[in-house]
Design a protein around this ligand. Structure first.
Ligand code: TXA
Ligand code: MG
Length: 320
């Protein structure tokens, strides 16, 4: 941490102290902003559920600073899960593993598995390291938005979502815009082979290449309690319409090569799927700020990250 500007170091220190004291700390990760609390403190975890208005049986991801912390939280870690952790951590990948006794019901939603992730964002890394240094084990953090709403990809978006509900003991760390822009890939590692529960930047092809195993993908009819697996999620107030034709006054989101329909309001002009993922949630937010009633999105084609974007878009559009 030698090169860290003094101010940032002070804020990280305060953040770690706030976590240890049972308060909430919203912090940037490379995917989206998280709303963090001490993963071993039931009172602190209760605050997360209350502020997000999140159903109680909904498990949280525990964030740790490195692979070394993994065995604190998980037991019976299969070889392929170790390989994934080695290849993709720190990074936008969450592993679901059989929990240790440290992972209590209040963080796992009473399931016998626990979600674990090592984020790569510099501020997330510093915060987790500092927290572990003062005796912490891990930081439970869902995306820092109201349940069912759009994940925040900037500190401003967190303030907009939850700012009013923070107390003076809670903290929001500003780390700029998130690089990836959509939530981590979630891989269930409790079976004999990996199963993708939520697609993301780490693609199925990458997981197959790393593990040399066939990868299953969650079926649509699955009842697993992955919040992203609710049919409707990640939704702005505006109605999201996929691949329709935009009328005058509608919001419009599409890759740069697609021209803006006459009278439509262009909300994002991504040059590629990486930009698309990075910009989609802030584009949804600007639509709501402009009080648009409808957003037409032309979905990106292809596998990998494009498929992950389409997964989020489908949920954002559900019910419309
Ligand atoms: O990129 C991300 O994963 C962000 C950043 C902050 O790390 N976090 C995030 O958390 O998206 P959240 O709570 O919004 O979504 C996490 C998902 C939830 O849908 C939850 O159901 C699922 O992970 N999850 C957590 N533990 C699980 C478990 N043991 N079994 C199945 N799903 C689990
Ligand atoms: Mg979320």
């Amino acid at each position: 941490m030698e090169n860290m500007p003094e101010m940032e170091e002070l804020l990280i220190h305060r953040g770690a102290q706030a976590l240890k004291a049972g308060n909430l700390v919203a912090f940037p990760t490379e995917t989206v902003y998280g709303l963090g609390a001490d993963a071993t403190n039931s009172g602190a975890i209760k605050k997360i559920y209350a502020i997000k208005n999140r159903p109680e049986n909904h498990p949280l991801i525990v964030h740790i600073s490195s692979l070394k912390q993994l065995q604190n939280w998980a037991i019976e870690i299969p070889e392929y899960a170790k390989k994934l952790a080695i290849d993709f951590w720190p990074g936008p990948l969450t592993l679901i593993l059989i929990r240790s006794s440290l992972a209590k019901d209040f963080v796992t939603g009473s399931q016998i598995s626990v979600g674990l992730r090592v984020p790569s964002h510099k501020i997330a890394q510093s915060l987790l390291k500092k927290f572990e240094k003062i005796g912490g084990y891990g930081v439970a953090a869902p995306s820092a938005n109201k349940f069912g709403a759009v994940s925040p990809t900037s500190a401003g978006a967190v303030a907009q979502e939850l700012g009013d509900l923070f107390t003076s003991s809670d903290l929001l760390l500003d780390g700029g815009n998130c690089d990836v822009g959509i939530e981590s890939t979630i891989v269930d590692c409790t079976g004999n082979f990996p199963k993708v529960l939520r697609p993301g930047f780490i693609t199925t092809a990458m997981i197959e290449q790393s593990t040399k195993l066939n990868v299953a993908i969650r079926g649509l009819e699955s009842s697993e309690r992955v919040s992203g697996s609710f049919k409707s999620h990640y939704s702005p107030s505006a109605k999201v319409v996929l691949n329709g034709s935009a009328q005058i006054g509608d919001g419009f989101i599409a890759l740069a090569f697609q021209p803006t329909p006459t009278g439509a309001i262009r909300l994002a002009t991504p040059n590629n799927v990486e930009d698309f993922a990075r910009e989609i949630y802030s584009a949804f937010r600007s639509a709501d700020q402009l009080r648009l009633r409808k957003i037409v999105v032309l979905e990106p084609a292809g596998e990998g990250l494009a498929a992950a974007i389409r997964d989020r878009l489908k949920k954002a559009a559900h019910g419309n």
